[in-house]
Design a binder for this molecule. Sequence first.
Ligand SMILES: *[C@@H]1O[C@H](CO)[C@@H](O)[C@H](O)[C@H]1NC(C)=O
Ligand SMILES: *[C@@H]1O[C@H](CO)[C@@H](O)[C@H](O)[C@H]1NC(C)=O
Ligand SMILES: *[C@@H]1O[C@H](CO)[C@@H](O)[C@H](O)[C@H]1NC(C)=O
Ligand SMILES: *[C@@H]1O[C@H](CO)[C@@H](O)[C@H](O)[C@H]1NC(C)=O
Ligand SMILES: *[C@@H]1O[C@H](CO)[C@@H](O)[C@H](O)[C@H]1NC(C)=O
Ligand SMILES: *[C@@H]1O[C@H](CO)[C@@H](O)[C@H](O)[C@H]1NC(C)=O
Ligand SMILES: *[C@@H]1O[C@H](CO)[C@@H](O)[C@H](O)[C@H]1NC(C)=O
Ligand SMILES: *[C@@H]1O[C@H](CO)[C@@H](O)[C@H](O)[C@H]1NC(C)=O
Ligand SMILES: *[C@@H]1O[C@H](CO)[C@@H](O)[C@H](O)[C@H]1NC(C)=O
Ligand SMILES: *[C@@H]1O[C@H](CO)[C@@H](O)[C@H](O)[C@H]1NC(C)=O
Ligand SMILES: *[C@@H]1O[C@H](CO)[C@@H](O)[C@H](O)[C@H]1NC(C)=O
Ligand SMILES: *[C@@H]1O[C@H](CO)[C@@H](O)[C@H](O)[C@H]1NC(C)=O
Length: 783
Amino acid sequence: MKFASSTSTSVRALTFLSLSTVSVLSQDSTTSNITSDSYFYGQSPLVPPAALPSGTTSSWASAYSKAADFVSQLSQEEKSNLTFGVRATTSGCVGFIPPIERLGFKGLCMQDAGNGVRLADGVNAYDSGLHVGATWNKNLAYQRALHMGAEFKAKGVNIALGPVVGPIGRIAEGGRNWEGISNDPYLCGALAAETVRGIQENGVVTSTKHFIGNEQELNRNPSTNNQSQHVEAVSSNIDDKTLHELYLWPFQDAVHAGSGNIMCSYNRINNSYGCQNSKLQNGILKDELGFQGFVVSDWGALHAGYAAAEAGLDMVMPNGGNFWGKNLTTAIDNGTMEASVLDNMATRIIATWYQFGQDSDDYPSPGVGLPRSLTTQHVFVDAKVPSSKKVLLDSAIEGHVLVKNTNGSLGLPLQKPKLVSVFGYDAATPNKNPSSEGPPDRLSQILNRTMIVGGGSGVNNPAYISSPLEALNQRAYEDGSQLLWDIANVNSTAQVDAASDACLVFLNAWASEGYDRSGVHDDYSDALVNNIADQCNNTIVVIDNAGVRLVDVFIDHPNVTALIFAHLPGQDSGRAVVSLLYGESNPSGKLPYSVPKNESEFGALLSPTPPEGQYWLFPQDDFAEGVYIDYRAFDANNITPRYEFGFGLSYTTFDYSSLEFNKVDGPSTDKYPVGEVIEGGQGDLWDVLFQVSASVFNSGNVDGAEVAQLYVGIPGGPVRQLRGFSKVDVEPGKSVNLNFDLTRRDLSIWDVVAQKWQLQKGDYKVYVGGSSRNLPLEGSLTI
Ligand SMILES: *[C@@H]1O[C@H](CO)[C@@H](O)[C@H](O)[C@H]1NC(C)=O
Ligand SMILES: *[C@@H]1O[C@H](CO)[C@@H](O)[C@H](O)[C@H]1NC(C)=O
Ligand SMILES: *[C@@H]1O[C@H](CO)[C@@H](O)[C@H](O)[C@H]1NC(C)=O
Ligand SMILES: *[C@@H]1O[C@H](CO)[C@@H](O)[C@H](O)[C@H]1NC(C)=O
Ligand SMILES: *[C@@H]1O[C@H](CO)[C@@H](O)[C@H](O)[C@H]1NC(C)=O
Ligand SMILES: *[C@@H]1O[C@H](CO)[C@@H](O)[C@H](O)[C@H]1NC(C)=O
Ligand SMILES: *[C@@H]1O[C@H](CO)[C@@H](O)[C@H](O)[C@H]1NC(C)=O
Ligand SMILES: *[C@@H]1O[C@H](CO)[C@@H](O)[C@H](O)[C@H]1NC(C)=O
Ligand SMILES: *[C@@H]1O[C@H](CO)[C@@H](O)[C@H](O)[C@H]1NC(C)=O
Ligand SMILES: *[C@@H]1O[C@H](CO)[C@@H](O)[C@H](O)[C@H]1NC(C)=O
Ligand SMILES: *[C@@H]1O[C@H](CO)[C@@H](O)[C@H](O)[C@H]1NC(C)=O
Ligand SMILES: *[C@@H]1O[C@H](CO)[C@@H](O)[C@H](O)[C@H]1NC(C)=O
């Protein structure tokens, strides 16, 4: 027998096996390791190729009819050539589809990333996904995307490789969590939808990624182990309900917002690689969600031939690899693959090109502003538009989250300080720009320069960098005050001028694509804070953090008077933080994740899952916690976090009142939706069933913006789940009305038997307030 005995590891995996396999396993008493993953294959059911979208979504009907006509004029080889990348010889596009000149198709250029155009000059570095999450500002997310999208267009990019909604942030140490927006699916989905709209408003297609379950960097790709054995990529084993209610949710929002492209992920899902998983690509994305665009592989994520095409992958990047290229046409010629599969792939690709108006002569040629290399002779294409200045600064400011403040003569905002002392390796301007290299030995912080972005393909080149130290020097000049700094003494030896009115300590917590973080706090930076706080009674800490960063080693030090999570602000970092420190702007960000007191409170979700036991050649990662990650888990387990999801302070205070419900007349509250599938799923999922209103009052002395949050206790689910938020400006002594729409989808659970979203009969608790644990308004609605 080639299967293992029921050790604890295999028992853990049992939940994902079919009944017949379970009985085989339980009878098996041998102890040899599993040597073939055929054992696992089949758990992800085979789903035949999706039908071509035939204008079910009327907005795509014309694009499909033009595409059908276009594709009918192509040879088999030309169709195949649309489905795999080639090296761009005249531009720096990271992905390139060659032109078909005789039909006016100029080719397609794909470029990273989610926070600005990568590998380019003449562009801005916007705040990262997590920072956008911390703004909780839909309009700002839209504006950021609109301006960023204009830069992609000016550079001749057809498909911008973002936004990131997966990883959602299941694993605290996940290397790419900062590229994503929030580990709450509702917040993530809402801001991803605005990002999709904003970028696509320019005619640039968004590639919403990574589909799906790409929650750790460890073993994200196949590898060779220390015994020269081939190790498959990690398998994210996700049950159907969890998939729909958590991981798929933001993808659904992105598809509903019209995202023209989806990127499949490196990892396996139920032991089938993301880019050849027919259940996910054909069954869920194209059939269930009615996705109209095309699926592209992550770079190098294809591990199968024509079977991947049948499984719903439409395009492979960055080249045909060992699998596609000529082999697709060969498979048709020898009768192995239906010609219609290739026709549909080519049609989806060309329909997307038409849908976004990229066939227009006005659309810049692919890669026109992206030189192959910045060091060779090229025309400087300045893609930045003047109005981006305000968006960059506003977005940088609003993603800062103030979580501790003593509110007195100490703390923030600074009261005309005469002497400010600055410490911390994160304050400095980098020695060079671009400066994208990470820490030398994968430390958890990046030394000697301010961190405006994490590492990997999500990095782009800023037009300039405003560092905290530079902005503070400018401020000292304007105020005629004294600024002292020591950012070279990295941890324990810095001396403080005893006359300091305030000591600012700048830290960072690094993360990068390609590997997971080595921790969520570090002794080195913690020692620095405690050392300064021992000497300075007004120690204000600012952390640029690419993911959750624990603070319990220093947060209760009586001299730590304020703490700001500054996230990844992009190129206006220093300018933004100085404006907040000096009270020229009022903090309005809220945490898009929870900060627990100790690592242990993450349980199994602290670190990535390594290959282990008899599965070490086929790493298995069972998402056994279901939807219970982050605050859903902390609420369920009665863990009081240091700072809860949705929390953030302001220089003013807000009071809530006047909760009211209004059941909307008209839409049915029957058990299941009955609507046609539009982009995102059955159309009536977005029917508004209830309107909730409340009022927020500014009870302090200064203008401020509050992120009002609405949580719902869906029967049978987590205690509460975010289902609405609204960011409003409120003047002191004034009230503002809040309105939230609750859709059928917001109130439904995924029914695994019916394979539909189900609205349950019963009472739903509704809470409104300023964070997931400060919810002064409470009521209930009945269905
Ligand atoms: C993965 O397996 C689980 C457990 O059998 C199942 O609920 C789910 O639908 C599967 N998902 C996919 C994409 O195969
Ligand atoms: C298809 O692509 C290959 C490889 O890039 C190229 O050599 C060939 O000329 C292309 N065929 C056509 C018909 O364009
Ligand atoms: C090989 O890797 C395994 C799993 O990480 C580890 O337990 C083992 O000690 C390693 N062996 C060698 C020779 O490095
Ligand atoms: C196609 O398949 C053959 C084996 O049949 C393989 O050797 C070749 O590398 C594949 N790829 C391409 C691009 O032809
Ligand atoms: C047909 O071609 C495909 C792609 O090269 C190959 O994988 C498959 O084995 C071939 N089948 C037959 C029956 O020749
Ligand atoms: C940081 O700067 C200090 C002094 O300027 C230097 O000694 C140290 O090597 C630098 N560290 C890194 C990681 O570059
Ligand atoms: C904090 O320290 C400063 C400088 O030593 C001193 O002037 C001030 O009175 C102290 N404030 C408090 C509240 O202890
Ligand atoms: C301070 O930093 C140095 C150099 O990295 C390190 O050797 C030392 O252990 C650190 N001290 C503390 C208290 O963290
Ligand atoms: C707080 O800072 C003051 C200097 O302003 C220092 O004298 C005092 O010891 C510090 N308190 C603690 C608990 O370290
Ligand atoms: C968590 O607890 C461990 C063990 O007590 C401790 O070493 C660690 O510093 C704690 N982490 C934080 C962030 O306080
Ligand atoms: C089974 O896997 C372990 C790693 O967990 C390895 O040390 C061992 O050699 C393997 N046994 C066999 C029979 O391959
Ligand atoms: C600061 O504290 C005072 C007195 O306790 C209180 O009235 C005020 O609302 C607080 N302000 C903020 C912004 O928390």
